[in-house]
Write a protein that binds this ligand. Structure first.
Ligand code: GDP
Length: 296
């Protein structure tokens, strides 16, 4: 289950607060110190933790809360609200071009789940009544093109390929032309990742982005890598500019650090979360549901 270790700790702290009945300012501060530790252990970015605890503390140590009939519940409610705020509002829909083809560019490091997620997202787009086309621009990773063809077939979305002998930007442009001719209205470009961020990769992505001017540049990051995922998101956003983040492998993430930190650190919304290996395991991200999942 996602976030179980963080959830367990927070539930313990909160049940202590609820049991106490009347709370003093000191009780709240002590509990928040424990919350702070739990968040840091969950690999939440320290700047995020600091801001979060400060905001909660300001709201939770006032008379209104402490002298209410259920101060413990009030504190938990404030924690919930501030957690939702950290993870952003719920308007995470994809933007589609009003006229002409919508281009969605998928970027990320190798192994993050980019190819799988490209197929998953094409499935969601298809469900909206659109006609997506997947374009295979990852010419470096052995078998990436074949992999995209396989998942495309599984989800019944066509895949445009030109082998691995052309420049990715040219494949992307040709894919767009193919879409125009074949009546596809959304083009999803699976770009190449590397094991680590490097300049050649970034230059190539910038070239594709400048040339195709996508409506959505979506960064795929692996939630299980915690703060590394957040650092990757910061770097991609600074160097090529992203419109949203997709957090994959949340099904295996017991800590939650990336999910809680990415929005605050990059100021870019998490649009979708990957919840498993199956091609239907992609969900829109809802900060309020995520907060409930974390707080139990
Ligand atoms: P790429 O190198 O970024 O294109 O990564 P792939 O799409 O090949 O994915 C790498 C591995 O992660 C594959 O084994 C996928 O099945 C797996 N994967 C991708 N997304 C998820 C997810 O949300 N949950 C889980 N459990 N596995 C995932």
């Amino acid at each position: 289950m996602a976030f179980e270790s963080l959830s367990d700790k927070l539930q313990n702290i909160f049940s202590g607060l609820k049991k106490k009945g009347k709370l003093s300012e000191k009780d709240v501060k002590t509990a928040l110190r424990e919350v702070k530790l739990a968040l840091l252990e969950a690999d939440v970015n320290f700047k995020v933790v600091k801001t979060f605890i400060k905001n909660v503390q300001e709201r939770a140590t006032g008379h209104e809360v402490l002298e209410s009939l259920t101060p413990g519940q009030q504190v938990i409610k404030i924690v919930n609200e501030e957690l939702v705020k950290l993870m952003g509002d719920s308007n995470n829909e994809l933007t589609y071009n009003k006229e002409g083809i919508t281009v969605v560019m998928m970027v990320g490091l190798q192994g993050a789940g980019k190819t799988t997620t490209s197929a998953k997202i094409s499935g969601l787009i298809k469900k909206k009544g659109k006609k997506p086309l997947l374009v295979a621009c990852d010419i470096y990773r052995p078998a990436a093109i074949k992999q995209l063809q396989i998942v495309g077939e599984q989800i019944d979305v066509p895949v445009f390929t030109m082998g691995d002998n052309h420049k990715p930007v040219n494949i992307a442009k040709a894919g767009l032309e193919y879409a125009t001719k074949n009546g596809n209205d959304v083009v999803i470009i699976d770009t190449a990742g590397r094991l680590h961020i490097d300049e050649t990769m970034m230059d190539e992505l910038v070239e594709i982005k400048d040339s195709l001017n996508p409506q959505e540049t979506l960064l795929v990051v692996d939630a299980m890598t915690g703060q590394d995922a957040v650092t990757v998101a910061e770097t991609f956003n600074n160097q090529i500019g992203v419109d949203g983040v997709i957090l994959t492998k949340l099904d295996g993430d017991t800590r939650g650090g990336a999910a809680i930190s990415v929005r605050f650190v990059t100021d870019k919304p998490i649009k979708f979360v990957g919840m498993g290996e199956k091609l239907t395991d992609l969900e829109p991200f809802h900060p309020d549901r995520m907060a409930s999942r974390i707080l139990g």
